[in-house]
Design a protein around this ligand. Structure first.
Ligand code: AMP
Length: 209
């Protein structure tokens, strides 16, 4: 089954995707993670993407679409995949729709106040990328990753100015995808305001019907 997780930044797409991956055994493919890996390794793609990402705006479609077309052709995607953060524009959706069949689009919903709270309190591991939240997914040791004991950091684009910009970009460029997928009959809405395990349960039900 090929699944897309749609929703505003900070709604918990990454958390839900990583748990769905454990339950369904499909790869979790996050464009944000792939781009951050490229920026950390200072690849040509990463250096180009960083300028856009730090400002909270979208990386140009051609860059992301080529990266995703290549990723989705790999063997581990044959039985299914979970896309997190892609597509984010109608053009991306059109282009990916030409190469893969989409079965379900889970639209995670959350109001702006809660989005800001979630993003500004989010932390990531510098080494393994594991995600934490200072209120909901607390690390056992202060500011250290539970898995590899490396220091946690705040993403540049989780700072207030970039959050504002990312929400604007989401409204302008990504919200139109809700109707796009509704019209195709793929969309299922899920309330993203609960705890991570509550949201996961709703998302799991949504993909199971
Ligand atoms: P995320 O981790 O999904 O919040 O993405 C972080 C940043 O990566 C975004 O603000 C964009 O700059 C870039 N990005 C991630 N996915 C996409 C995409 N599908 N299209 C364009 N840019 C993206």
């Amino acid at each position: 089954m090929n699944i897309i997780l749609l929703g505003p930044p900070g709604v918990g797409k990454g958390t839900v995707a990583s748990k769905l991956k454990e339950k369904l055994s499909f790869p979790h493919i996050s464009t944000g993670d792939m781009l951050r890996e490229n920026t950390a390794n200072k690849t040509e793609l990463g250096v180009e993407a960083k300028n856009f990402m730090d400002k909270g705006i979208l990386v140009p479609d051609e860059v992301v679409i080529d990266m995703m077309k290549e990723r989705l052709q790999r063997d581990d995607c044959k039985k299914g995949f979970i896309l997190d953060g892609f597509p984010r524009t109608i053009n991306q959706a059109d282009q990916i729709g030409e190469v893969v069949k989409i079965d379900k689009v889970v639209n995670l919903q959350l109001d702006d106040d809660n989005i800001v709270k979630r993003l500004s309190r989010r932390r990531l591991c510098k080494k393994c990328g594991a995600g934490y939240h200072l209120d909901y997914i607390k690390p056992k040791k202060e500011n250290k990753c539970d898995k590899c004991d490396t220091e946690l950091y705040q993403r540049e684009d989780d700072k207030p100015e970039a959050i504002k910009k990312r929400l604007e970009v989401y409204r302008e460029q990504t919200v139109p995808l809700i109707n796009y997928y509704k019209e195709k009959g793929f969309l299922v809405g899920v309330d993203g305001s609960g705890t991570p395990s509550e949201v996961l349960e709703l998302a799991f039900k949504a993909v199971s019907y």
